[in-house]
Every structure is written in structure tokens, then in C-alpha cells.
Design a protein around this ligand. Structure first.
Ligand code: PLP
Length: 381
């Protein structure tokens, strides 16, 4: 798929774009079907490439929320796991996966104070930080514990979500961390501004440059900066170089329609498909499937038409989502499925889709091998 320039871009849907996942007979829909061969090959590909470059891999848990898949990643060489919430970290640590980085500016006040402390005492936790006051609150939460809690200062490399803007602010936050009794062990950034047609190359350069400048400023100020961590699926292979010591991609493990359009995932790298049944063809010009917003989520970047892609019916646009219906528009003469048929949808963004599910149907060669739980569904606190 040609990602083209950002403004003029419209993805081309072609019949040749066909992920290899077969939907097993007897599937009760909607259901998330995961091809384990593809998962394993995605895991191995990135793990090998990071090993070749001497860059640590710390995959993000939020994509799959599956302990089984986290273990596959660790067995393939990942140094630990990244997550976004304390609740995800609690699931990991309780299962014995203890080297966990919460790559999020955790506000450790209220109920979170005791939870951070407990995770710190049980595991090998590190936490993101981008604020002086938050550093004080975090330090208070873990005060008196045996070891110092490791923190990584977050830097904004262009996404404009969280993270300090540059070296001066980073030094201020790092000094506040030191004063609060925290161990500043690195810097991190998320090149999420690489999520746009043709945007990944520059976002990756931004990540490397900011981690260099800010990491060096902290080192000059006397901090021992062991980790410079970058990460997103579109930028991971592009920024794993220079000063960068660690990458944290998550979505690469399953791929999705968005990654495919961006070129960060080949069609045969899509490992998860949403099996859904055509439940209505009563209204002209469309068919309706049973995977709505509560299955597919509503995440749609403005450069992507539709709420997913149906490889068997490339002319169909997943146009409108309701809680339990998706209306898929088809133009005159385009192939369309019959009521009762099961079709696979490649979701736009796989992470929120998994977050809404309870289990994954795991297949090899189109045959069901197992059903794996989503171990941390909706663990958003
Ligand atoms: N690191 C952080 C801080 C993130 O927010 C994310 C995703 O949102 C990732 C890593 C993983 O990026 P991706 O989902 O592109 O693989």
C-alpha cells in the first residue's frame, strides 16, 4: 500500500492485500482470531533485528495484554516489558514478570501511592516522570523502601502529549527526582507523531536527537543515564541506532490496518483479525456485521477512511459503527457477502480492540489450537 503524502493521501484497498489468517469453522462471533505463526514471526523479526543492533527490546504490553505472549517476547530476548498502567504492571508482576517499565507519567497520589510502593517492593519497577511536583509525590509514595525507585525522565520528541520539551526542563525534573530520593536511570520518548503517512522517518530522527541531547544534559549534570528508550511501531526500526539503548514497540506483535497502510507491517504480518457475522443486508448499498464499536473500538485517524478493512471484500467501507453493528458500504457492482457469512475485519488500531476482549482464539493453519485469556482487559487504572 502506498502511504503517499499526508494531505492527499487515500489508502488504496486492493484484493491483493490479504492477510493469511483463516477463520476457523464454528467461530462464535464477534471473536478475535490470532494466528500464532504470524505472532511468532513478528516477535522473532524485531527481536533479531534489535539483537543485531545491540539495542534492548522492551515490548509494550498494552497491545496484547496476554501473559502468554509477553512470555514469548521474553523468551525471544526481550529484556523486560513496558506497560502504561499500574494495573497492567500488577498483572505482570503477579505472574512473575517483574522487570516492568511503566512508560507513563504516573501521579502517585491517592490509592496509587500504596500500589506503586507494593510494585516497587515486589518487582524491578521503573516509572516515567515529567514533572517536579509529581516527582515529590512519587518519592513520598516509596519513601523508606529498601531500594530507590528507578525513574526515566520523559521527553516530548514531537507528539505533544507528555514529556518535557528539552534539556533544561529535564534537568529540573531530574534534580527534583534526586531530591525526592528517586533514582534517575534514563530518559525515554514515544515517537507517536510518526503515526501519519510519510511521518515515521522524521519522528524517528526526532526521537534519537532528543534522547541524545537530553540524555547528555542529564549526564553532564551528574546523573547516570543508563537507558535512552525510544519506541513506537512505525519508528522502532528507524530509531534503533546511535545513542538509543532500548526500543518499546507494542503494536508490531499483531499489526493492524493502520500499520499496514503506514508500511510498518506487511500484509503477512497481520496476526489478528476480528471474525464477524453478516447480520443484515436489508438496507440497500450496505451490509451489517456484528462487530461494532464495542468490538472494533472507534479509533480512526483522519487519514484512514473507515473503521477497519475487510480483505475478502476490498470494496467495502466499514463506514459507521454502532455499539454492536458496523454498517459496511458497498458501491454498485462491488462484491458483497450474504447474510450469515463470516468475514474477517482487520481493525484500524488493534490495541483498544484487545482491551475490549476477554479472550483470543489462537489458530495455526486455520485450526484452533487454544483460547488464551486477555489477562489485563480494561486494566486502565
Ligand atoms: N511507548 C509509549 C510511551 C507508548 O505510548 C506506546 C504506544 O502508545 C508505545 C511505546 C508503543 O507504540 P506502538 O503502539 O506504536 O507500538
Amino acid at each position: 500500500v502506498d502511504a503517499g503524502g499526508a494531505s492527499s493521501y487515500r489508502p488504496t484497498m486492493t484484493a491483493s492485500w490479504t492477510p493469511p489468517i483463516g477463520i476457523p469453522g464454528g467461530t462464535d462471533t464477534p471473536d478475535l482470531v490470532v494466528d500464532l505463526d504470524v505472532v511468532e514471526s513478528n516477535i522473532a523479526r524485531i527481536a533479531k533485528e534489535m539483537a543485531r543492533r545491540g539495542v534492548d527490546l522492551r515490548p509494550h504490553f498494552k497491545t496484547h495484554k496476554s501473559l502468554r505472549i509477553a512470555r514469548l517476547q521474553l523468551e525471544a530476548g526481550a529484556v523486560g516489558v513496558t506497560c502504561a498502567t499500574l494495573a497492567e504492571a500488577e498483572v505482570l508482576v503477579a505472574a512473575g514478570i517483574t522487570d516492568v517499565f511503566v512508560a507513563y507519567p504516573v501521579w502517585a497520589g491517592g490509592a496509587k501511592a500504596a500500589r506503586v510502593r507494593r510494585l516497587h517492593e515486589l518487582g524491578r519497577l521503573s516509572v516515567g516522570i515529567d514533572d517536579e511536583v509529581a516527582a515529590g509525590v512519587l518519592g513520598e509514595a516509596v519513601r523508606g523502601s529498601r531500594a530507590r525507585l528507578s525513574v526515566l525522565v520523559e521527553v516530548d520528541s514531537g507528539l505533544r502529549r507528555s514529556g518535557v520539551g528539552g534539556p533544561d526542563d529535564a534537568v529540573v525534573v531530574a534534580r527534583a527526582c534526586r531530591k525526592a530520593g528517586l533514582q534517575v536511570s534514563g530518559v525515554f520518548t514515544h515517537g507517536g507523531h510518526g503515526y501519519g503517512p510519510g511521518a515515521a522517518e522524521k519522528a524517528a530522527r526526532d526521537e534519537v536527537e532528543l534522547l541524545r541531547v537530553v540524555g547528555d544534559a542529564l549526564a553532564d549534570d551528574g546523573f547516570e543515564i543508563a537507558t535512552r528508550s525510544a519506541g513506537s511501531t512505525p519508528t522502532a526500526l528507524r530509531s534503533a541506532m546511535g545513542c538509543v539503548t532500548e526500543e518499546r514497540p507494542g503494536t508490531y506483535v499483531f499489526g493492524d490496518w493502520q500499520q499496514s497502510v503506514l508500511g510498518s507491517c506487511a500484509p503477512d504480518g497481520v496476526a489478528l483479525i476480528v471474525a464477524s457475522t453478516v447480520v443484515s443486508t436489508a438496507v440497500d448499498g450496505q451490509f451489517v456485521i456484528d462487530a461494532g464499536a464495542k468490538t472494533l473500538s472507534k479509533d480512526r485517524p483522519d487519514w484512514l477512511p473507515g473503521h477497519g478493512y475487510i480483505p475478502r471484500f476490498p470494496g467495502a467501507l466499514v463506514a459507521r459503527l454502532y455499539d454492536h453493528h458496523a454498517a459496511c458500504e458497498v458501491s454498485d457492482g462491488a462484491a458483497r457477502p450474504a447474510v450469515g457469512e463470516i468475514v474477517g475485519v482487520v481493525p484500524n488500531h488493534v490495541c483498544p480492540v484487545v482491551n475490549l476482549a476477554r479472550s483470543l482464539t489462537v489458530v495455526r493453519d486455520g485450526r484452533v489450537m487454544d483460547r488464551w485469556p486477555v489477562d489485563a482487559p480494561a486494566r486502565n487504572t
